[in-house]
Write a protein that binds this ligand. Structure first.
Ligand code: GRF
Length: 189
């Protein structure tokens, strides 16, 4: 049977996209990334997609009258590529009705904190500022809210004495890069 087709949505560096591609190469993840969707034409993730020869759909929201209209364009590209699952990895937008309705229960996101603590922007900085001793990574289903969908997997990261914000980011990303491919594999099969 053919591997399930997924689309990765990313706005930035794409280290999670890289980790997913690496897991596919190593046969730890049995999926095909059929499309990379980005709202940032200069995002680093696009260089990575070129290297892996992943097809891309790049758009700028300002070129469309509203969210429904750019999501319809995304939807067309997703359907053309026969994508079954949407995997958000640093996609800096709320997903709207158009995609939520067509991919109900099939959209997931990774967030760098133990939700429901520290939702939204700069979760790593928020946790660091708050002085908590434990933060971590959450993978959750996407709904219309900001980091509010039901939780699929979580992994803690200890914030040890003397750790800088950058150290925490490195520790969190290390967890993300193994937890995301593993969780995707469990979900799609
Ligand atoms: C990750 O920390 C993820 O948890 C958050 O955005 C970041 C994306 O990083 N949603 P990258 O672009 O995959 O390197």
């Amino acid at each position: 049977m053919a591997n399930p087709k997924i689309a990765v949505f990313a706005s930035g560096t794409g280290s999670n996209y890289n980790a997913i591609m690496h897991a596919i190469e190593c046969k730890e993840l049995h999926a095909e990334v059929a499309l990379l969707v980005s709202d940032q034409p200069t995002a680093k993730v696009l260089e990575k997609a070129e290297k892996y020869e992943t097809e891309t759909f790049v758009f700028q929201p300002k070129d469309y009258p509203n969210k429904a209209s750019f999501e319809s364009a995304i939807l067309q590209a997703l359907q053309h590529a026969q994508v079954e699952w949407l995997v958000l990895a640093g996609y800096m937008r709320l997903v709207g009705k158009t995609l939520l309705e067509h991919y109900e229960g099939k959209i997931i996101n990774i967030h760098p904190s133990l939700l429901p603590a520290f939702p939204g922007l700069d979760a790593i900085g928020q946790a660091f500022q708050a002085g908590v001793k434990v933060s971590g990574v959450t993978i959750h289903f996407v709904d219309e809210g900001m980091d509010t969908g039901s939780i699929i997997a979580q992994h803690p990261v200890l914030i040890e004495e003397g750790m800088s914000r950058d150290d925490l980011q490195t520790a969190i990303q290390k967890v993300e890069h193994s937890l995301y491919p593993k969780t995707i594999q469990q979900l799609i099969n």
